[in-house]
Design a protein around this ligand. Structure first.
Ligand SMILES: NC(=O)c1ccc[n+]([C@@H]2O[C@H](COP(=O)([O-])OP(=O)(O)OC[C@H]3O[C@@H](n4cnc5c(N)ncnc54)[C@H](OP(=O)(O)O)[C@@H]3O)[C@@H](O)[C@H]2O)c1
Length: 235
């Protein structure tokens, strides 16, 4: 993509107030202009531009956020915003179930649809969406979480086909357990049980995720779309 302005390419990261989104936004900011957003402010200082008060489940808020950003150089959209809750399906409160689906599916769809229009306008770019190894592992206790991510995965694979004519790619990353607040709800035993099901038996790190994200954003990944990279699992 020729940015036309001689500037750096712009990457927008949802869920950038903490965890994986914060780490990716911070690390990518030495190569790209990065705008991160979420509902709350990050607790640590950051090197990227950050916009708070944006709830991904509120499409109007996402549109309002997008209107305020100069998207002339927009190249990448990394959808990290997500929530999880481990419960046996019989004891999952309805409100929790609805919220998980709302953030992990509708939230992703809102971000991808609103910001994807900027990539189409620029006739090129990359969409990267965070899923989870809970999908292929069919983890007990994660029925709603994994189902919400499965919905997002199918959505991304279909829109990858629809975006091809503009040279925009859309791909998925499935991390294993990664040290963030999201994992804090699990005991060490629960985390170990997940890792024991992996082929490569260790946690996912921010370095792992940065490497894959940079690859999907690179020119070398121009012909990869609708792909899912699963961390720590064979096949
Ligand atoms: N950590 C893991 O072990 C792991 C494993 C596999 C997949 N993942 C996936 O990786 C992604 C990032 O997870 P994480 O571990 O970094 O989680 P995290 O530390 O809990 O951070 C979640 C991020 O999402 C944002 N967010 C949540 N609800 C939002 C909403 N309604 N609107 C806007 N932003 C919202 C949060 O910001 P605010 O609260 O400020 O809005 C925060 O920035 C998620 O999609 C998760 O499913 C994580």
């Amino acid at each position: 993509m020729d940015t036309g302005k001689g500037g750096r390419k712009l990457v927008i990261v949802s869920g950038a107030s903490r965890g994986i989104g914060f780490a990716l936004a911070e690390r990518l900011s030495n190569t790209y202009d990065v705008v991160g957003f979420a509902r709350q402010e990050p607790k640590e200082p950051c090197n990227f531009q950050f916009v708070s008060g944006v709830d991904v489940t509120d499409k109007t808020a996402v549109k309002e956020f997008a209107r305020k950003i100069d998207t002339a150089n927009l190249w990448g959209v990394v959808a990290c915003a997500g929530i999880a809750s481990m419960n046996h399906f019989l004891s999952m409160p309805d409100a929790t179930r609805d919220k998980i689906v709302d953030v992990n599916f509708h939230g992703v769809a809102n971000v991808v649809e609103v910001l994807g229009k900027g990539l189409i306008k620029n006739k090129g770019g990359r969409i990267i969406v965070l899923s989870t190894i809970a999908v292929p592992l069919l983890l007990e206790g994660e029925a709603v979480y994994a189902a919400s991510k499965s919905a997002a995965e199918t959505y991304v694979k279909i829109i990858a086909n629809e975006l091809g004519e503009w040279g925009v790619t859309a791909n998925l990353i499935r991390p294993g357990p990664t040290d963030t607040d999201l994992l804090a709800g699990l005991t060490d035993e629960q985390v170990d049980a997940i890792i024991s099901k992996q082929t490569l038996k260790r946690k996912t790190t921010f370095d792992d995720l940065e490497g894959i994200c940079r690859f999907f954003l690179s020119d070398e990944a121009a012909l990869l779309t609708g792909q899912t990279l699963t961390l720590g699992l064979s096949g």
